[in-house]
Design a protein around this ligand. Structure first.
Ligand SMILES: Cc1cc2nc3c(=O)[nH]c(=O)nc-3n(C[C@H](O)[C@H](O)[C@H](O)COP(=O)(O)OP(=O)(O)OC[C@H]3O[C@@H](n4cnc5c(N)ncnc54)[C@H](O)[C@@H]3O)c2cc1C
Length: 336
């Protein structure tokens, strides 16, 4: 008789031999869901010289840890990881598969879902089991204005990526018992179509946006290098930090840890100033705790104006250099 789809499997992400926090959170979330679904909580750990991490995963809630260890897997390799994880899911048939919504998770999850021909909800903010036993995957939709409940009633497994900080890890219990299963990994060079050759840890910014008292944020309305250099100059003059929206991250004008909003950082500075930002809920949820919100937008009907303490209707590209000039003059006068 074919094995039935049962239990929950998570993907454990490790970088340089350190388990990513979100992977422990997934285990904690999986344990809570498993109280209703029954079945094991298992996890898939991949890398090289990482077997020692398996015990930690058991201490954080895994009943089984499947370990894929191979010298070619020192860095995350898309093709190999997709293949090994997909085969494992085929074999173990977990009813639910959870992956962290990190850059690696966002690369892996759709590949695996496509190979398994099942559904995938991205950036889930809540998970629960419905009365029918089906996983309810809650994601903000339509610009974040509604919470959509996504289900996958027909295909298996039910797959979701969950953003870091949403699920709670359980307290570490080193006396927990679990099973460690080493997978027989065979990787041929031809299988690695794209190869990760090196991974570097970015040094953290001098002033992270979540710690800054003043945050100067830029959006698609000023999405060019020249404008962002002006934002940096303004932030420096005010002793603040620069942040931005998703489109400017996509254009490489900010780093991932500078994006503000639902899938970025939630900030609570004394002053937030947004230039050329429309005010979609995905972004706004990240700034609502600011003491003072100021926005500059060319469009008087931009939604951001519903949330501001001070709003300026105007061209940010003209306002920015004038603001910098005035501030510099003021600072120079102070120094005299
Ligand atoms: C699942 C999901 C998660 C997401 N998470 C996030 C998130 O965490 N953070 C985030 O930011 N986004 C997120 N997004 C994207 C989000 O929905 C919006 O698309 C994004 O916030 C819009 O960015 P924007 O305001 O820079 O661009 P736009 O919406 O394009 O707005 C540009 C604004 O600039 C104004 N403008 C144009 N020219 C000028 C000018 N010269 N001077 C002044 N104003 C000007 C325009 O009037 C417009 O209002 C997410 C989306 C999804 C689907």
């Amino acid at each position: 008789m074919p094995k039935e789809w049962k239990g929950i499997m998570t993907f454990t992400e490790q970088r340089f031999g350190q388990i990513e926090e979100v992977s422990l959170e997934l285990l904690g979330g999986a344990r809570t869901l498993a109280e209703k679904t029954g079945g094991d909580v298992s996890t898939f750990l991949i890398g090289h010289n990482i077997k020692n991490l398996a015990k930690e995963l058991i201490a954080y809630g895994a009943d089984k840890v499947f370990v894929a260890d191979h010298p070619s897997l020192t860095y995350y390799q898309s093709d190999a990881c997709t293949k090994i994880f997909t085969n494992l899911i085929h074999e173990q048939k977990p009813d639910i598969v959870l992956i962290g919504a990190t850059s690696i998770g966002m690369d892996l999850a759709p590949r695996v879902a496509a190979k398994l021909q099942t559904g995938l909800s991205a950036h889930v903010v809540k998970l629960e089991i419905g009365p029918d036993g089906i996983l309810r995957q809650i994601v903000p939709g339509f610009g974040g204005n509604v919470m959509a409940v996504v289900t996958c009633p027909e295909k298996r497994p039910q797959m979701a990526t969950v953003r870091p900080g949403i699920l709670k890890k359980i307290a570490k219990d080193e006396s927990r018992q679990g099973e460690i299963i080493e997978l027989d990994v065979k990787i041929s060079e031809e299988e690695l179509k794209a190869k990760t050759l090196e991974m570097k840890i970015e040094p953290p910014p001098e002033l992270p946006i979540e710690k800054a008292e003043i945050v100067i944020a830029g959006g698609w309305g000023i999405c060019d290098k020249e404008c962002f250099n002006m934002l940096k100059e303004l932030a420096k003059l005010l002793g603040g930090a620069v942040g931005g929206t998703r489109p400017v991250l996509d254009e490489d004008l900010i780093k991932e840890d500078q994006m503000i909003g639902q899938s970025g950082k939630i900030i609570a500075p004394k002053v937030y100033i947004g230039f050329g930002i429309s005010g979609e809920m995905h972004h706004v949820v990240g700034i609502l705790d600011s003491d003072t919100i100021i926005a500059i937008n060319i469009d008087s009907k931009a939604p951001i104006f519903d949330f501001v303490d001070y709003g300026v209707i105007g061209d940010a590209k003209e306002i920015l250099p004038r603001l910098i000039k005035k501030l510099k003059e003021k600072l120079e006068r102070k120094q005299c």
